[in-house]
Write a protein that binds this ligand. Structure first.
Ligand SMILES: *Cc1c(COP(=O)(O)O)cnc(C)c1O
Length: 399
């Protein structure tokens, strides 16, 4: 009996990658073995964290690191750490910040979700004074310079590839903050270049442990030693309800070893074959364009399938919605689906999965399989997300 059969849930064919909402990474056997071993042991958590710090330093080039429960927890804990340092009285005072250095600023155009909650929630929950600078599509050096003063505890930067082009580049942002002695916290949960942020001088960088690294639910904070020290100490305060367990810490250590010794060329070759299977099946179909796109935010081969609904007779959005109701459920990266783009990530597919996806896509495009017709105006992504969350207990979140 599979675990799906035992507990009564559908198997997910994951063409999206390690999204938190799909259970994040599929953890490999060698990493699972170490998680299994540590679960039967008692440990001193500080000692595990010290060991993890050395490995995180090796991975990132930062002075030190610690493991947290997830990336959004890491963002909150980093925000707390720049407010309190390692002063236990201040750690225990949060969220009441009764001292002047309490401002945390961010470019308005980078106000994203820390996952599915807004980034200001994880900053404000520490008691910090949250300040947005610039405009939705622009931020200039003068905006940043004017905002930095003696009450600024940190500046926050988000690494993603979907921002407007006229925000401040990270190098400029860090240099200006450092002129004023203000540390920079960087959300890099989806980034796969683990060394660039330390090189640029980011003071606290947050990476996901459960996404591309391949560990179980966890995140990493890497950076300046005194600030990382203050991050772990938040477990005496607001970090306590966000703490990571021994299995998370060990999974990070095992994942780092596995990441540093992986054969990326072989992985890419295997994934390229899978992408070719799907692209070939769609060749010559009206209104369909396929392309493999590389990104700093994914180490895997990702096939972009653009669908012109008028020519194809069915929209990317309708196909995506319908694939989410099949058994197994097929999940894609659908961030750009309302613009006609479906993205298939090869990281968690095998050749059978790729063949199945190719067949399913063809069947929608030939009209053999009909997707339920949707209104012409696609719903905003967060409305769809809301409907899913809202129906989880009684309704049908698959719509
Ligand atoms: C996934 C992600 C998060 C949230 O990560 P969790 O580990 O689910 O909390 C935050 N920021 C970015 C850029 C992400 O990709």
């Amino acid at each position: 009996m599979t675990i799906q059969e035992k507990y009564g849930f559908r198997k997910v064919l994951n063409a999206r990658g390690p999204a938190t909402i799909l259970g994040a990474a599929r953890v490999s056997d060698p990493i699972r073995k170490e998680i299994y071993d540590i679960l039967g042991e008692s440990v001193e958590i500080w000692e595990l964290q010290r060991s993890a710090s050395q490995r995180i330093a090796r991975l990132t080039g930062a002075q030190a690191g610690c493991v947290v429960n997830c990336s959004s927890a890491g963002m909150a804990i980093a925000a707390a750490a720049v407010l309190t340092g390692s002063d236990p009285a201040k750690i225990k005072a949060l969220p009441d910040v009764t001292w002047p250095r309490k401002k945390i600023l961010i470019q308005k155009g980078q106000v994203t979700g820390a996952g599915d909650c807004p980034v200001w929630q994880v900053i404000k929950m520490t008691g910090a004074e949250y300040v947005e600078i610039g405009e939705a599509l622009d931020c200039a050096t003068f905006h940043l310079r004017a905002a930095l003063d003696d009450t600024t505890a940190a500046a926050f930067y988000v690494m993603e590839d979907t921002f407007a082009p006229n925000l401040l580049p990270l190098e400029t942002f860090v240099a200006i903050c450092h002129e004023k002695g203000v540390p920079v916290i960087c959300d890099a949960a989806y980034l796969t270049d683990f060394t660039m942020l330390a090189q640029i001088g980011v003071d606290l960088a947050i990476y996901s442990g459960q996404k591309w690294l391949g560990g179980c639910t966890s995140g990493i904070i890497a950076g300046r030693k005194d600030l990382v020290h203050a991050c772990f100490m938040q477990e005496m305060g607001i970090g306590r309800p966000m703490k990571v367990g021994k299995e998370g810490i060990v999974s990070i250590m095992a994942s780092i070893d596995s990441w540093l010794s992986r054969d990326s060329a072989a992985i890419e070759k295997r994934q390229q074959r899978l992408a070719d299977t799907i692209a070939k099946a769609l060749q010559g179909m009206a209104g369909v364009t396929c392309a493999v796109v590389k990104s700093l935010y994914s180490p895997s081969v990702r096939l972009h399938v653009d669908i012109d609904a008028e020519q194809a007779g069915v929209s990317a959005w309708e196909i995506n919605e319908d694939m989410g109701r099949l058994d197994p459920v097929i999940k894609t990266d659908d961030y750009f689906v309302s613009g006609g783009k479906l993205i298939f990530d090869m990281a968690y597919l095998d050749s059978e999965d790729a063949a199945l996806i190719a067949d399913v896509l063809r069947s929608y495009l030939t009209g053999e399989r009909r997707a339920a017709q949707r209104e012409n105006v696609p719903k905003p992504r967060q409305d769809i997300l809301y409907e899913m969350f809202n129906a989880w207990l009684d309704g049908d979140p698959r719509g």
